[in-house]
Design a protein around this ligand. Structure first.
Ligand SMILES: [Zn+2]
Length: 242
């Protein structure tokens, strides 16, 4: 599943190709996608990201909101199968999504604002002391998009390892300095992903994510996998002790 760095990298590629261009044609190839409105002839004024949403602002005041979910992705050459294509000037973007959970909606500004207002602050430079409002384990609280938006399973695990915090620790029991350490660790983990650029899918390496039974890169202890709120958590039982 694409996480925040992947979505940011995707958004930057879309922005570089499509911003300022006029939509020539839109192809909707999946009946699950219903665009209630016309885009042909509209200029793409802005392409931006909020949490894991990619948003296109159009000259007629409407917005295309895209969430990639499990397998959504944009290609710039036509793939064998795609759900949607935007043809803008000489450029085209094809929304490929084998599992079809990705969401594409055309919204009015007030509906876009309503949707995005439900999300917590962006994790880059966010004040994570809000996590202390939660009595759930810190790993589960980190995934609550209303507290902080855009952190997924991979980066929650990676950030907790960096901060040496036990993922099972109750969020409200963490000390302020531990939360500060976690803030820096979240940014560092996301930044590491961003630094890979478009190569991220081929080359990304993790400290704990999906490394059960392998040695901790810091202390050599074997990484453990547990399940919290139906999601896998990987951590080092030595480095991340209460
Ligand atoms: Zn360790």
């Amino acid at each position: 599943m694409p996480e925040l760095p992947e979505v940011e990298i995707m958004m930057r590629q879309l922005r570089a190709r499509l911003r300022g261009r006029v939509i020539r044609r839109v192809e909707v190839c999946d009946s699950k996608i219903k665009l209630n409105g016309e885009l042909r002839g509209c200029r793409i004024n802005k392409v931006w990201r909020r949490a894991k949403y990619i948003i296109f602002d159009f000259s007629h005041g409407r917005h295309l909101l895209v969430h990639l979910r499990m397998t959504g992705w944009f290609e710039f050459e036509p793939p064998p199968k795609y759900r949607l294509a935007l043809h803008a000037g000489p450029q085209s973007a094809y929304f490929a999504d084998s599992r079809r959970f990705g969401v594409v909606e055309l919204l009015f500004t007030q509906d876009l604002i309503k949707r995005l207002n439900r999300l917590g602050p962006e994790p880059f430079g966010a004040d994570l002391q809000v996590l202390k409002r939660s009595t759930r384990p810190i790993k589960v609280a980190l995934l609550d998009q209303t507290l902080v938006a855009g952190i997924g399973n991979i980066y929650a695990c990676e950030a907790l390892w960096r901060a040496r915090i036990d993922p099972r620790q109750r969020a409200d029991r963490l000390r302020r300095d531990e939360i500060r350490r976690l803030e820096r660790s979240v940014v560092a983990a996301l930044q590491k992903g961003l630094n890979y650029g478009p190569r991220i899918f081929q080359v990304q390496e993790f400290y704990v994510y999906d490394r059960a039974g392998r040695s901790c890169r810091r202390c050599g202890t074997l990484i453990r996998r547990i399940v919290q709120a139906q999601r896998s958590t990987w951590f080092c039982p030595q480095c991340q002790r209460r």
